[in-house]
Design a protein around this ligand. Structure first.
Ligand code: AMX
Length: 429
């Protein structure tokens, strides 16, 4: 047994007891209410699901297993995966064990490349990435063992198998998509002497003489790893997984949601917007020019990408972490300087638009400029980087949910007639 398996075997019984006791003691207690507005507002703020891997208080930002993300910024992604799954950071032997396990599982089968190579040359890299995951579904240990009559108590073990195999392969898939889609030459093989993030960078094949790009990528993979359970990708992964569709089906589905411009695709939109600014003003604009341009964007009915959030009401601490990286390594880069200037101007502009609840930058506002600096200029690829990282969070949630015996998701929808009648009656009372 690997150390991560041992740790989960040790912890799961207590987690199960806690939930069982909660349900027994407080089952019928009301802890949340739903308003008419929320029914028509994407269920924003409705508390009706559980996610123990991370939490996003609106005034604090991401907290992974009790640790604010700022404190995790110097860690490597494998440590975060262990933390997400077990609730603890690994000690040195546990980390080494996990890295060895991931290395042993690495290696993308040839049939995946054959499928990707057969896709039209203008396919979106996210479509290629999600397709690769779905194509590997035939290897699901969960599906195989379910068909053989696996007991519910051990669903999580099979889900963990699928999770670790996918996590091990995703950097290679993602790097392969990059090299194929942008005609960068032959694939660069997996190097099992490198850490997970460093290996990903090596397989992308961009020059990184000082190792700064690898450092950025480790930070990127840590910061995007999870963002509680209700965002589109996490909720979709959870819902699909709740039908006991295996983790390949569930992850591919969730990442299809990440591909939306209001969710993960915002990072590509963001850099596009910043480069548009650079082109229009032939460099870094003045504060006044930038203010006018932000208004122009808003008045034309478009969003300012990278700003606003469904939950957060502060500057996203993940944005702060990327900004600190930029200030350290590329303070003179004009693209980074524009990002910084946008941060000085845009919140005040957005504050004047009453309907916008959060005028502050989210994780996507700055990351693109950093990637661009290191030569990753194909910005429609950026969401794939996000996806490689987010896979750690949503897959960990699947393992936990199978361990807790979470049932199939099935909220009750209601008709507009029902809402009208119920709301009117509640006013009369
Ligand atoms: N620019 C312009 N308008 C904005 C805005 C922005 N940055 N942020 C919010 N708004 C608008 C919304 O479009 C909405 O308008 P509508 O009522 O006419 O449809 C109104 O303000 C109210 O929205 P909200 O309650 O403040 O936000 P929300 O929870 O509905 O949406 C989000 C959140 C992120 C989709 C939205 O802020 C947005 O579109 N931002 C820009 C895109 C972006 O950065 N997305 C990345 C999010 C992080 C991630 O998942 N990667």
């Amino acid at each position: 047994m690997t150390r991560i398996q041992e740790k989960l075997v040790e912890k799961i019984p207590a987690w199960r007891d806690r939930i069982k006791n909660l349900a027994k003691e407080y089952g019928p207690k009301v802890i949340s209410e739903v308003t008419v507005e929320q029914c028509y507002g994407g269920m924003r703020g409705v508390k009706g699901m559980v996610c123990d891997t991370s939490d996003v208080p609106p005034d604090k930002g991401l907290i992974i297993r009790g640790i604010p993300v700022q404190q995790l910024a110097g860690r490597i992604p494998e440590e975060i995966l262990y933390l997400l799954l077990t609730g603890e950071l690994p000690d040195a032997p546990a980390l080494k064990d996990l890295q060895a396990d991931l290395n042993a599982r690495a290696g993308v089968p040839q049939y995946v490349w054959s499928v990707l190579e057969a896709m039209p040359a203008d396919s979106h890299p996210m479509c290629m990435f999600d397709t690769a995951i779905l194509v590997m579904e035939r290897e699901s240990v969960f599906r195989k063992r379910y068909d053989e009559g696996m007991k519910k108590e051990v669903y999580w073990e099979a889900a963990l198998e699928d999770t670790l195999t996918m996590v091990a392969r995703l950097p290679e898939v993602a790097a392969g998509v990059y090299r194929l889609r942008y005609k960068k030459g032959p694939r660069i093989p997996n190097n099992n002497k490198l850490d997970w993030g460093g290996n990903y960078v090596a397989m992308l094949g961009l020059p990184d003489p000082k190792g700064e790009f690898a450092e950025l990528m480790r930070l990127y993979l840590v910061l995007h790893s999870d963002h509680e359970g209700g965002n589109v990708s996490a909720f979709t992964t959870h819902t699909v997984g709740s039908a006991l569709s295996d983790a390949y089906y569930a992850l591919s589905a969730g990442l299809n949601g990440l591909a939306g411009p209001l969710h993960g695709l915002a990072n590509q939109e963001c850099l596009k917007w910043v480069l548009m600014v650079r082109e229009k003003f032939a460099g870094v604009p003045t504060h006044e020019q930038l203010k006018d341009f932000a208004w122009e964007t808003l008045n034309s009915g478009r969003v300012v990408p990278g700003y606003g959030h469904a939950v957060l009401r502060i500057t996203d601490p993940r944005f702060d972490a990327f900004r600190a990286f930029g200030k350290k390594y590329m303070p003179d880069d004009p693209v980074f300087q524009i990002v910084d200037r946008v941060f000085e101007i845009v919140p005040d502009v957005l504050k004047q638009v009453q309907k916008i609840k959060d005028p502050w930058p989210n994780v996507d506002a700055g990351s693109g400029a950093l990637l661009y600096h290191y030569g990753m200029t194909e910005f429609d690829y950026y969401t794939v980087l996000f996806a490689v990282s987010r896979a750690m969070g949503v897959l960990s949630q699947i393992v936990i949910n199978r361990a807790m015996g979470s049932p199939i998701v099935r909220p009750k929808s209601v008709t507009t007639d029902w809402i009208e009648k119920t709301a009117r009656e509640s006013v009369k009372v």
